[in-house]
Ligand binder design. Structure first.
Ligand SMILES: [Zn+2]
Ligand SMILES: [Zn+2]
Length: 346
């Protein structure tokens, strides 16, 4: 763990925050004996959102938004010990700790967790973004003492384009190839629904065809009031019906034999990593769509400025560059070595 000195808030020291301890498998809220996004089963877990690297099954009690709990129930087939907390609601935990869930703008149900204890406030972002997303409420800036921020795209090279531009590319490609179809790889939780909702917002109201693995999560979004328009399963279609269509599948299905049933598909993928040409090539992606549910470099640094914490704890990605940026801007920061976070959800 590397500590960098700063001068901006020299009157306060990080030692004050002994009540929140970064351990390799998660953040331990010591007085309440609970964990944030633990990567192994614990007695009491606070979960920021439903992606598999944050939300695991097997906890004694799981505290999360109703949407996140529903996603976890869908994925782990259990609702035992679930304690729902709505956005803005404050929960009193043992040891005089208060926890409030605040929108993170990442996926349906995603929350920042605001912890208060002994007059100090910590905000844990989980994953977040600042760009608008029709499937979840926007990120809220909460001033705090310690800001635990993700850094998935924590390099200056990452500057996500406006989603309208990427959706435009997708619609143009489809229109140019009426005999073929466009097959878009998108993560089953979040990316797929955002992509579909943005296509609708852009005026595309044809049937969107789904791989079977997408169906239940899309239905769950609709149950929470996110309308996605006419969705049908590819298995219900003839090859001819799919000409000129848009088909959405999990990234893992992009190159497998499943796609042989499609009429000469043009392979696309929606991910922040599509900014990196090599990643697109690895998956044989012809149409890379740079659509990310994480903050890019500009959003990460702007958010630290707006939240203006005494100290930032950087985790979950490319910590070094953001650490250096903090140093250059006289902001105290350290990188956390948490394990078990993957890029499931870019
Ligand atoms: Zn994540
Ligand atoms: Zn995530």
């Amino acid at each position: 763990m590397e500590l960098l000195g700063g001068t901006r808030h020299s009157s306060r020291m990080i030692a004050n925050f002994a009540w929140l301890r970064p351990e390799p498998h998660g953040l331990h809220v010591v007085p309440a004996d609970c964990w944030i996004d633990p990567s192994r089963p614990v007695a009491r877990a606070l979960v920021t959102h439903g992606h598999a690297d944050h939300a695991r099954g097997g906890h004694g009690q799981t505290i999360a938004t109703p949407e996140t709990l529903a996603i976890m129930e869908l994925r782990y087939q259990t609702r035992e010990g679930a304690l729902p907390v709505h956005y803005g609601e404050t929960l009193r935990l043992p040891g005089s700790v208060e926890a409030t869930f605040v929108p993170a703008g990442h996926v349906l149900g995603s929350a920042q967790i605001v912890l208060e204890h002994a007059g100090e406030r910590v905000v844990v972002t989980g994953d977040y973004k600042r760009m608008p997303d029709p499937t979840c409420p926007p990120f809220e800036v909460v001033p705090c003492d310690v800001f635990v921020t993700e850094a998935t795209f924590g390099l200056p090279v990452f500057c996500h384009p406006p989603i309208e531009r990427e959706i435009g590319k997708l619609l143009e490609t489809r229109a140019d190839h009426p005999e073929r179809c466009v097959l878009v790889g998108a993560y089953a939780l979040g990316k797929a629904q955002r992509l579909i909702a943005e296509l609708r917002r852009a005026g595309y109201h044809d049937t969107i065809w789904l791989h079977g693995a997408m169906e239940r999560m899309c239905r769950l979004y609709e149950e929470f009031g996110i309308s996605l328009g006419d969705l049908r399963l590819v298995t219900e279609a003839t090859k001819d019906a799919l000409r000129g269509a848009i088909v959405v599948c999990p990234p893992s299905a992009l190159n497998d034999r499943w796609s042989r049933r499609l009429p000469d598909p043009i392979t696309a993928m929606a991910s922040g990593w599509m900014r990196v040409r090599q990643r697109a090539r690895q998956r044989n992606v012809e149409l890379p769509l740079v659509i990310s549910d994480h903050a890019d470099w500009g959003e990460l640094t702007r958010t630290i400025e707006e939240v203006d914490p005494v100290e930032s704890w950087i985790t979950h990605g490319r910590e070094e560059a953001l650490l250096r940026w903090c140093q250059l801007h006289q902001r105290r920061a350290q990188a956390l070595a948490l394990v078990g976070y993957e890029d499931e959800d870019d």
